[in-house]
Design a protein around this ligand. Sequence first.
Ligand code: HEM
Length: 414
Amino acid sequence: MGSGNNNRLSRRGLLLGAAASTIGTAVSATASATAATDAGDMLDLNRRYDFYGEVGQAGIRTPPQRHIFYMTFDLTSPLRRDLQVLLARWSGAIAQLMQGGTIGQVEPSRPNATGFDTGEALDLGPASLTVTVGLGPKVFTDTYGLADQKPPLLRNLRQLPSDDLKPELTGGDLSVQACADDPQVAYHAVRDLARIAKDTGAAATRWTVMGFGRASAGKGQTTPRNLLGFKDGTRNIIEEADFEKFIWLKEGGPSWQRNGTYQVVRKIKMHIENWDTDRIGDQNNVFGRFKVSGAPLTGAEEFDTPDFRKQDPGGNLVIPATAHIRLAAHENNNGLRILRRSYNYTDGINEIGLLDAGLLFISYQNDPAHFETIQEKLGASDALNEYISHIGSGIFFVPPAPRKGSYIAQEMFT
Ligand code: HEM
């Protein structure tokens, strides 16, 4: 990773500064709990990450950037060679984009020539862009002569109790997750990759979500909030040892898949107006945490360990049986843990004028069944179900980062 020191901004620092100048020192007691200087939360639009590497692709362990543009693609050519060319061309382009470059000329000198790069990210800097490519189940079929290369645990997700999936928001044979601290940088990357897909004839766009406001935290970052107003990402995977244990593939399948992982994505719509009329005591019980501090209902500070056995004087569980964190916690799932790397999204307003928004939930795990196990429990009893619907879904194998001079999943073709 290279990074410059110009253009460093802390959004929270700026906001607190602005608030202090307009309302003097009257910052409320609850808001003053947040610190304005947090190194992991500084925006540095010159920061860049490497696409090539030895372990997992960038965009998984990378501290979540502020924006995402996520897109899935359908394979449109039955030719193995077209898929191979697409992955090679995408890889070359992504490597350049992540360095803050263009993927070709924006303004060719011959007036009747067409620009190759669309140009809207010129002058914006790399903005911590990462582009993470996933391969869906259809890649590993006889059509492409790749059936014997299939990651052992890649398959369509089983039907889950929460499913209200719309076909037009579900599936896909390839996925592209572009994250950046500038939304236009993320958009530009996906747009230009979609152009390459069309150009090769290998793939066509399927569904997409533009997300803002990371809803998960990486190492050194403060915990952000989802659109229900709760801190999201408090108990997430951040330690190297947990990545080794729960995220990167270590055994089984062809050796080129080591340090790959499985990506599950769910477009989860929130019934925001209903939520907004719910009493705060109920909202806290839905998650099992306090809204402002993020502390578990059995604690005082955000990072206090929840006590799932604690009862009130009346003998009721303090963190209710239907609380989201009780059902999802590793203590109550035989130690299972997944990495959550989600974003808030909005699609504006719907046909009857209601806010159309939710969570683009993205998880990484070394076995998709880990997601299913947790989601099966949540789908059956989570108090949150009253306020959400799972409307989109996808599953992809995310190969390890390519080594310099090679491209994503190159080894599976040779
Ligand atoms: C719109 C949907 C969702 C919302 C708003 C939401 C929100 C939250 C919040 C506020 C927390 C507590 C803070 C934290 O530790 O991060 C949390 C925890 C968690 N959520 Fe979700 N979540 C959603 C969907 C899901 C799904 C689909 C899964 C997985 C199947 C999931 C798995 C988890 C896990 C594993 C934890 C950590 C529990 C713990 O160890 O205490 N969540 N979620």
